[in-house]
Design a protein around this ligand. Structure first.
Ligand code: ACO
Length: 338
């Protein structure tokens, strides 16, 4: 039997500083009413300048490891960090996170798929487990988008927040609660420019011949992206449910990437999933990119929404363009100690 990846630990970490809509309305031409009605966001957390993505990733990773039952705790043998805002462009952030968590000389690498990063990282970690390369993998989605936002751009500054979420996966049986089932991943590079940071890579060096100001900032064509997000997540969700042999009507929860409440509502309507079954925390944390799905999952667990054996659909969309979905049955009550 090919082992399945089974969720056995979860944790998250937010920077302390909460930035409410009114604070942004004090410095940008925007309002609490616009932000809430167009995005569903009431506030977000932004890291202080001396807090890096690895700090948030370590915080979430430590909590995820501590939440594992004692028999699941030892022997993480790989760390995968999904991020668009690594501490440095070279090397990856994951080796630093593994070292700071005291995990020893384990495999550690980053995955870059913007807001789809966590689902891509889950798929990669599941592959390590299925191939027998790893027994236990710590998967972290962590982003510090405040470090790449243009503070003068009201179309992006109001949307993104910082944070990290992490899960521990172990090798187990495909039929046991906690098992990740099917995956669907995709991309469309024709939409490469719709969500981007143009400067700082090999295409446009941040060197002596400095690029135009603003080229190091994140930009997004929100209107075009909105339509793609609904279409792609909807199609990917149907594909992954089909692969898992699950009916839409048998779904207990949908945890979509927290990009915009209106996108999540449209997605739920399109799939015929009752909106109250689409869990999320966008009102509290905004769009936290790769951290969004594990943060939402951890919040839903904290709120007692997820019951053992519940059928959960994860679906995400982001820059690249990229998208991805996965099915997960929620683990039994004895799995987590905190
Ligand atoms: N405050 C007030 N007005 C604003 C703001 C703001 N913060 N931002 C934009 N506006 C204005 C615009 O200038 C525009 O004014 P105009 O009509 O005079 O030109 C008007 O509001 C409407 O702008 P739209 O862009 O059409 O607003 P929309 O309703 O589409 O909302 C948003 C914008 C929130 C960005 C939405 O398009 C969205 O959520 N898009 C998808 C985001 C997403 O899914 N991203 C993918 C993942 S992110 C990742 O991968 C990193």
């Amino acid at each position: 039997m090919t082992p399945a990846a089974v969720l056995c630990g979860i944790g998250s970490c937010l920077p302390a500083r909460r930035v409410g809509n009114d604070e942004l309305a004090g410095v940008l031409d925007t309002s609490d009413e616009w932000i809430r009605s167009r995005t569903g966001i009431g506030g977000r957390h932004w890291a202080d300048p001396d807090t890096a993505t690895s700090d948030l990733a370590v915080g979430a990773g430590r909590r995820a490891l501590a939440s594992c039952a004692p028999e699941d705790r030892p022997g993480v043998d790989a760390v995968v960090v999904a991020t668009t805002t690594p501490d440095r462009s070279c090397p990856a952030t994951a080796p630093l996170v593994a070292a700071r968590l005291g995990l020893g000389p384990v495999a550690a690498y980053d995955v870059a798929a913007v807001c789809t990063g966590f689902v891509y990282a889950l798929a990669s970690a599941s592959g390590l487990i299925a191939a027998g390369i790893a027994e236990r993998v710590l998967v972290i989605g962590a982003d510090t988008f405040s470090s790449i936002l243009d503070p003068a751009d009201r179309t992006t500054s109001v949307i993104f927040g910082d944070g990290a979420g992490a899960v521990v996966l172990r090798a187990g049986h495909p039929d046991e609660p906690g098992a990740l089932g099917a995956f669907d991943l995709g991309s469309d590079g024709d939409g490469y420019d719709l969500i981007t940071v143009r400067g700082g890579g090999s295409e446009q060096h941040l060197s002596a011949a400095a690029p135009e100001p603003g080229r190091a900032y994140f930009t997004m064509d929100g209107k075009a992206v909105f339509r793609h997000a609904v279409e792609r997540m909807s199609r990917s969700s149907r594909t992954v449910l089909d692969r898992a042999g699950w009916e839409l009507s048998g779904l207990d929860w949908m945890v979509g990437h927290q990009a915009n409440r209106r996108i999540l509502d449209r997605l739920a309507d399109d799939l015929g999933v009752p909106r109250e079954r689409s869990v999320g925390n966008i009102a509290e944390v905004g769009n936290t990119s790769a951290a969004s799905i594990p943060l939402a999952l951890d919040d839903a667990r904290g709120a007692g929404l997820l019951k053992p054996g519940d059928r959960v659909l994860l679906t995400a969309f982001g820059g690249g363009l990229t998208w991805g979905s996965a099915t997960l049955t929620w683990p039994g009550p004895d799995r987590f100690v905190s």
